[in-house]
Design a protein around this ligand. Structure first.
Ligand code: ZN
Length: 345
């Protein structure tokens, strides 16, 4: 088997562990395909996998990267219905496709659920092996860098706002960290649903960009207390829906930003995995606290249609060559990015 260029790590740690290497090109199984990677986006998930997740063992050397755009160049014997040499994206979650969760589109609850680049080798490489089921054909009108910026963040944001929170027209939503990849996707989805969007960002430059995406009010949380600002912007009522992916103390304060009967959905804990709040406040205000994790392939298909007709658009921060994966990830660590950082093999 031939070799390919990849960025790998051999032990858990920081981005300093990443190195360029030549590794064997993966061989697709019967129901798999081999994808030539044209672009791969970064996610915070890459950093958690690199640091080592408690209770999850991965093979070393390991290849990160779950947001892949490219083209199928080889198919297993039973990989049907997949176009060769045409632009495709890869759904980041692998599941059995047969259980009741998979059949109802809740792939991420499948007992066999895995994420590409996490439990399997990912897209920080020239080629990646994925199940044929995960391939979604896309239009060539949009560049591959743009398509790589779509899967994980749009899928996660869609599952949160549409499926979990059931955000309605004219409701007000607070989206934490609107400058992050997921925040920039969430602002657009919330606007598409006809909601009023308030978001938080960490710099004045990001204020303008978040407004350009459709946020009605943008709070620079470094200059102003977001809870006070949310209350001022909502005439002390609070927001109907709050999208949190920060966790820790931010989550505790976020609960206090909710309107009566409000719902808060979380999908991340970058600033702390525990949060405390007064249960009396929760029940007297009749609030809902929800968790959300990734999403299903049918949701990603809906997103692709909306990207293709221009109703949603991927937001790209910067494109780096694959060999500069370390610098690219460091940019995300420093939260310098607005939108997605992309690697190109
Ligand atoms: Zn399943």
């Amino acid at each position: 088997m031939g070799k390919m260029k990849a960025v790998v790590f051999r032990k858990y740690g920081t981005t300093a562990e990443l190195e360029e290497a030549y590794v064997p090109i993966p061989e697709p199984g019967k129901k798999d395909v081999l994808v030539k990677v044209k672009a791969c986006a970064l996610n915070h998930l890459d950093l958690w996998v690199l640091a080592g997740m408690p209770g999850v063992k991965i093979s070393m050397p390991h290849i990160l990267g779950c947001d892949i755009a490219g083209e199928v160049v080889e198919k297993g014997k039973k990989a049907h219905g997949v176009p060769l040499h045409k632009p495709v994206i890869v759904a980041p979650g692998i599941s059995c496709g047969k259980c009741s969760y998979c059949k109802s589109g809740w792939d991420s609850l499948c007992a066999k659920y895995e994420i590409i680049g996490f439990q399997n080798d990912g897209g920080f490489a020239e080629y990646v092996k994925v199940p044929a089921r995960n391939i979604l054909p896309v239009t060539g009108k949009l560049g591959m860098e743009s398509w790589a910026a779509v899967p994980l963040v749009f899928l996660t944001a869609w599952h949160i706002l549409v499926t979990r929170a059931a955000l309605q027209k004219k409701e007000t939503v607070l989206i934490q960290a609107g400058g992050s990849g997921i925040g920039s996707a969430a602002i657009q989805i919330a606007k598409l649903l006809g909601a009023r969007v308030i978001t938080t960002v960490g710099s004045e430059e990001k204020v303008k960009r978040a407004k350009a995406l459709g946020a009605e009010a943008v709070i620079n949380y470094k200059l102003k207390d977001f809870q006070t600002e949310v209350m001022r912007l909502t005439q002390s009522e609070g927001v109907d829906v709050l999208f949190d992916h920060i966790g820790g103390d931010t989550f505790t304060k976020s609960i206090l930003c909710l309107k009566k009967k409000g719902r808060i959905v979380t999908c991340g804990a970058t600033a702390g995995r525990t949060a405390s709040f007064d249960l009396r406040y929760l029940f007297t205000h009749q609030l809902s606290v929800m968790g959300s994790y990734m999403g299903g392939i049918p949701e990603l298909q809906r997103i692709v249609r909306r990207i293709q007709d221009g109703r949603l658009r991927p937001v790209i921060d910067q494109v780096f060559p694959l060999r500069e994966a370390r610098q690219a990830l460091n940019r995300m660590v420093a939260r310098e990015n607005f939108g997605k950082i992309i690697l190109k093999p």
